[in-house]
Design a protein around this ligand. Structure first.
Ligand SMILES: [Zn+2]
Length: 300
C-alpha cells in the first residue's frame, strides 16, 4: 500500500470499500488524479464547471460501489442554468469518463455558486445500465447547497438510508467518502444500531478536503476510524476510459437518415466525428459508411 502523497502517481486513482464489524454500516472512498486530469485537459472548462464535473465523477464512482452490478452507472444533470449538462459515468470495474457543458455565453461562473444556482431548474438522474437486464433510473432532488447534500437527501428520502457524503476537488485531484447505515442485518438492537451509526458518522464528518485529496485510502480509513472496528475490503484501480468506437460513431451517423447524410456528403468527401469524451477523431467516407451499414466493415 502506497501511503505517500504523489499526485502524479496513476496508482492513486482508486476506490476502496470498508465495513464495520458487528455493525450495519459500510463506507467507500474514491480518489482521482490522472484520470480526472487526463479527462479534463482535453477541454477548456471553466474552473467551477470543471470542479462540478470532478464532484460528479467521484459521486458516480461512489454510487456504483454501493450497488452490486456489472455494467455502467451514469450520473447526469441537465438544467436551464449556466451549467447545461454534467455527465459522469462509472463502470463496475472502475472505468470512468465525463463531460460538462455550459450555456453559450460562457461568462465565468462564480466560485461560491451553489449547485442549485449552477444547475438552475435542473434534474439530476442516476441511471444504472446492467450488462444483463433492465436499466433503471432514479431522480436525485436538487435539495442541498452542493452535490454531497443532494445525495444525502436522496438516500434518506428514496432509500431510507442515513448517509454521509463528502466530496473534495482541487486542481487535478478529486476525491470523496460515503458512509451509510444499512438495513438491519447484523445488529438487531436499535439503540446499539443508532449509537454505532452516530459514532461512524461523527468520525467521518471530521475528514478534511486535504486528507481526502492527499492521503491514501487506507491511511484515511485507519486514521478516521481508529477507534472503530473497521475492515477494509480491498482497493480497486480507477481509470479514465472511453467506450466510443468506430462502430458506435457509424451507427450515430446512420441514424441521421439517408437524406441528411446525402446533404452532409454533398459538402465534403469525408465526415469527421470527434468523441466529446476522449477527443478521438473518426473519419467516414460514403463508401466507408456504406460498409458499416451493409455489415462489411471489420468489427472491433
Ligand atoms: Zn471516446
Amino acid at each position: 500500500m502506497n501511503d505517500k502523497t504523489d499526485p502524479g502517481n496513476p496508482s492513486l486513482d482508486s476506490s476502496c470499500r470498508f465495513i464495520f464489524n458487528g455493525a450495519d454500516v459500510r463506507g467507500n472512498l474514491v480518489r482521482l488524479g490522472d484520470s480526472y486530469h487526463n479527462m479534463t485537459r482535453l477541454h477548456d472548462y471553466d474552473p467551477v464547471a470543471r470542479k462540478l464535473l470532478g464532484e460528479f465523477l467521484v459521486a458516480a464512482l461512489l454510487l456504483s460501489d454501493t450497488i452490486k452490478f456489472s455494467g455502467r452507472l451514469v450520473l447526469q444533470a441537465t438544467s436551464q442554468g449556466p451549467v447545461r449538462l454534467v455527465m459522469a459515468e462509472a463502470t463496475h470495474d472502475g472505468k470512468t469518463r465525463g463531460i460538462v457543458r455550459m450555456e453559450d455565453d460562457e461568462s465565468p461562473l462564480a466560485a461560491d455558486a451553489s449547485i442549485d444556482q449552477l444547475l438552475a431548474d435542473g434534474v439530476i438522474a442516476v441511471t444504472v445500465e446492467p450488462d444483463q437486464g433492465q436499466r433503471y433510473q432514479s431522480i436525485v432532488p436538487l435539495s442541498g447547497h452542493n452535490l454531497a447534500a443532494c445525495l444525502e437527501n436522496y438516500f434518506r428520502q428514496s432509500e431510507q438510508l442515513s448517509t454521509y457524503v463528502h466530496l473534495a476537488v482541487a486542481r487535478d485531484q478529486a476525491a470523496g467518502i460515503l458512509v451509510q447505515q444499512l438495513p438491519i442485518q447484523v445488529q438487531l438492537d436499535q439503540q446499539v444500531r443508532d449509537d454505532q451509526w452516530q459514532t461512524v458518522r461523527t468520525l467521518a464528518t471530521t475528514v478534511t478536503d486535504t486528507e481526502l485529496l492527499e492521503d491514501s485510502n487506507e491511511v484515511i480509513v485507519r486514521h478516521l476510524f481508529a477507534e472503530a472496528d473497521v475492515r477494509i475490503l480491498g482497493e480497486n484501480p480507477v481509470a479514465f476510459a472511453c467506450s466510443c468506437s468506430e462502430e458506435r460513431m457509424a451507427e450515430a451517423l446512420v441514424s441521421l437518415g439517408g437524406a441528411q447524410l446525402d446533404e452532409l456528403f454533398s459538402e465534403t468527401e469525408e465526415l469527421e466525428l470527434t468523441c466529446e469524451y476522449c477527443a478521438m477523431r473518426y473519419l467516414f467516407s460514403p463508401d466507408h459508411l456504406t460498409r458499416w451499414v451493409t455489415g462489411d466493415a471489420p468489427k472491433h
